[in-house]
Design a protein around this ligand. Structure first.
Ligand SMILES: NC(=O)C1=CN([C@@H]2O[C@H](COP(=O)(O)OP(=O)(O)OC[C@H]3O[C@@H](n4cnc5c(N)ncnc54)[C@H](OP(=O)(O)O)[C@@H]3O)[C@@H](O)[C@H]2O)[C@H](O)CC1
Ligand SMILES: [K+]
Length: 503
C-alpha cells in the first residue's frame, strides 16, 4: 500500500469528489459511517461517548459520528472548540444536522472552566484537528489535549491524533498531541504512524476505507510504501523440481569472535533455514568445535587468529557474502574488513560490528560496493549517519544515503524501514517487541545472506528477509509469548513462516 503525504491525501479527496463524483458532505458521511461501524462492533449501547470537535472537517466527521451514534441509542455529548471561529462548510452542515436531530447535548468550550469531567469509563472521541493541522498546538486547544491525556478514559482519534503531523514531527512536542488508544485513519495510514517514536500518540491504528478514487491512487507517485504479504509473495522465486543445491548459491558468512560464537551459529542456522544451497562460515580458530557441533550443515573456514576475524577466504568461490555478527571491532578486523570492502564485487550484507567499524572509519563508508545491504539498528545508524532531529529527518537521511551510494539500508525496529538505490522507502509490518532480544539481528543477516546467495536482488533480499524474519517472530510469539522469545526461536519458526509465504 502506498503511503501519501497529507497534502497528497487532500488532492486525492478533491479528485474523488470531482470524478466519482460525490459531494464532499456525502464523502464525510461515508467516512463517519465507517467510524460508526467500527465503534458499533466494539462497544455496547450503554457506552457513553464524549466527542471533542474542532472547526474543520475533522470536527465535521466528529459531528456526523455523534448523530449516527445517538441514532443508534448510544449516549453522546459533544464539546465544540471553535478554535478558528469559522466552521468549515461541511462542519457547519453537520452541526446543523445534529441540532435538527435534537438528541445530543452540544456544549461550547471557550476556556478551561468549560472542560467536562471525563469519567474513567467514558470513551473520548478526538475530532479536534485532523490532517489540516498547520502549526503545533498552543493555547486552549493544547490545554484541552493535556486535560484529555491526563484522563483514564479510552481515547479514539479520528483520522490522526490531534496535534500530530502526518509526516514531520521533528519540531513538535509529542506530549502536546492527543495520546490515543486507537486511531481510525481514512483510507491510508499516515507516514508518521510508521515511526516508532509516535506510537504513544497513535496507539493501535486501523485503516477505514472510504472509497477514494482508485485511478488517482494508482497514478499518484509516492516514495513510501507499506509492505504486505502479497507484495512479498509476488517477489518469491519458484524452486524448480529438478534443481539441486548448486542452484541456490554458496554463501560466505564471516561471523563470531571469542565469546560471541552464538552470533555465528544463529546467523548460519538462519541462512540454512532460508533456502541457501551451500554455506561456509568463516570463524576464528577457537570456534571450530563449537561450529561443527552446533551447525553440522555448514562448512567452516578457519581464520589464522584464534579469537577474531583477520582474513577471509577467496571470494571467487561464493555468490554472496555476509559479514558482521559478533566479529568485534579490533584493529586487525578493521584492516581485514577494509580489504574485503576494497576487493568485494559480490552481493554483500553488512551488519552489527561491520557497521560499527564503518561508523568509526568514515572513509570506508564512501567505498561501500554498490548494491550492498546495511542492516543497522538505530544506534548503529547514528554511528553511520549521525544524530537526527527526529524520525522523519532520520528517514530522509536514510533515503538520501541509499540513493547517493546506491545501497540498500534496513533500519531495524517497529516497522523496519528499507530504503533502496532509487530513494524509495518500504515499511515492513511484521514483527513484535518480543524480537528485541539478543541475536535477533544475527538471524536477519543470515536470512538476507541466504536470499542474496540464491540470486535475489539486494532490495528483494532485504524486503523478503525482513518480512519473513518478522513473520517467524510473530508465529513464535503467538505460541511462546513475547517475553520468552529468544533469537533461536525465530530460527525455529522460519520453517512455518516460509510455508505460510509459499501457500
Ligand atoms: N481523508 C479523507 O478522505 C477525508 C477526510 N475528511 C476529514 O477532513 C480532515 C481534514 O479536514 P481539514 O478541514 O482540512 O482540516 P482540520 O479538520 O484538521 O482543521 C483545519 C482547521 O484547523 C485550523 N488549525 C490548523 N492547525 C491548528 C492549530 N495548531 N491550532 C488551532 N487551529 C488549527 C486550520 O486553521 P488554518 O489557520 O491553518 O487555516 C483550519 O481552520 C481529515 O483529517 C478527515 O478527518 C473528510 O471528512 C472525509 C474525507
Ligand atoms: K483528530
Amino acid at each position: 500500500m502506498k503511503i501519501f503525504t497529507s497534502k497528497q491525501i487532500a488532492q486525492i479527496d478533491a479528485y474523488s469528489i470531482a470524478n466519482e463524483p460525490i459531494a464532499s458532505i456525502d464523502l464525510m458521511e461515508r467516512a463517519a459511517t465507517q467510524l460508526f461501524f467500527w465503534i458499533e462492533k466494539r462497544y455496547s449501547e450503554e457506552q457513553n461517548f464524549i466527542i471533542f470537535v474542532g472547526s474543520g472537517n475533522n470536527g465535521g466527521d466528529g459531528l456526523a459520528l455523534a448523530r449516527l451514534l445517538s441514532e443508534a441509542k448510544y449516549q453522546v455529548e459533544v464539546y465544540l472548540v471553535n478554535v478558528s471561529q469559522n466552521l468549515s462548510v461541511d462542519c457547519q452542515m453537520n452541526l446543523d444536522r445534529l441540532k435538527i436531530q435534537n438528541l445530543v447535548s452540544i456544549f461550547d468550550i471557550s476556556n478551561s472552566n468549560d472542560f467536562p469531567i471525563i469519567f474513567d469509563d467514558s470513551v473520548v472521541v478526538d475530532a479536534l484537528l485532523g490532517s489540516g493541522l498547520s502549526r503545533i498546538l498552543d493555547g486552549l486547544i493544547k490545554e484541552l489535549v493535556l486535560y484529555i491525556n491526563a484522563s483514564k478514559a479510552e481515547v479514539i482519534a479520528i483520522d490522526i491524533p490531534s496535534g500530530l503531523f502526518g509526516e514531520d514531527n521533528s519540531l513538535n512536542n509529542l506530549n502536546h498531541c492527543i495520546h490515543a488508544d486507537h486511531t481510525l485513519s481514512f483510507q491510508f495510514p499516515k507516514l508518521s504512524f510508521l515511526f516508532p517514536e509516535n506510537i504513544d500518540c497513535v496507539g493501535n491504528w486501523h485503516v477505514l476505507p472510504i472509497g477514494l478514487h482508485s485511478r488517482i491512487i494508482n497514478e499518484m507517485e509516492s516514495p513510501y510504501q507499506l509492505v504486505d504479504e502479497n507484495f512479498i509473495k509476488n517477489r518469491l522465486k519458484k524452486r524448480g523440481r529438478f534443481s539441486h543445491k548448486g542452484n541456490y548459491g554458496h554463501g560466505l558468512l564471516i561471523s563470531g569472535s571469542y565469546g560471541k560464537m552464538g552470533a555465528a551459529i544463529l546467523a548460519s542456522k538462519a541462512a540454512l533455514r532460508s533456502g541457501i544451497g551451500l554455506l561456509s562460515t568463516h570463524i576464528p580458530r577457537l570456534g571450530y568445535d563449537i561450529m561443527q557441533t552446533a551447525v553440522p550443515e555448514s562448512m567452516v573456514s578457519i581464520d589464522r587468529s584464534d579469537i577474531i576475524f583477520t582474513e577471509y577466504p577467496n571470494l571467487e568461490d561464493f555468490d554472496a557474502i555476509g559479514i558482521g555478527p559478533g566479529i568485534d571491532t579490533k584493529h586487525n578486523s578493521v584492516r581485514a574488513l577494509d580489504e574485503l570492502i576494497e576487493e568485494c564485487d559480490k552481493p554483500l550484507v553488512l551488519d552489527a560490528d561491520a557497521l560499527n567499524i564503518i561508523g568509526q572509519n568514515q572513509a570506508l563508508k564512501e567505498r561501500l560496493p554498490k548494491g550492498s545491504i546495511l542492516t543497522p539498528h538505530i544506534k548503529e545508524f547514528e554511528r553511520l549517519l549521525g544524530k537526527s532531529y527526529g524520525a522523519f529527518d532520520r528517514n530522509t537521511k536514510q533515503r538520501d544515503f541509499s540513493k547517493k551510494k546506491a545501497v540498500v539500508m534496513v533500519l531495524k525496529g517497529a516497522f523496519t524501514a528499507i530504503t533502496d538505490e532509487k530513494g524509495r522507502c518500504y515499511f515492513n509490518p511484521t514483527g513484535n517487541p518480543g524480537m528485541a532480544t539478543a541475536g535477533s539481528g544475527d538471524v536477519l543477516t543470515g536470512i538476507i545472506l541466504s536470499l542474496l546467495s540464491q540470486g535475489y536482488s539486494s532490495s528483494d533480499a532485504a524486503l523478503i528477509g525482513v518480512y519473513v524474519h518478522g513473520l517467524a517472530g510473530d508465529l513464535a510469539a503467538e505460541e511462546l509469548g513475547q517475553e520468552a522469545l529468544i533469537a533461536g526461536d525465530i530460527v525455529e519458526y522460519l520453517s512455518k513462516a516460509w510455508k505460510k509465504l509459499r501457500d
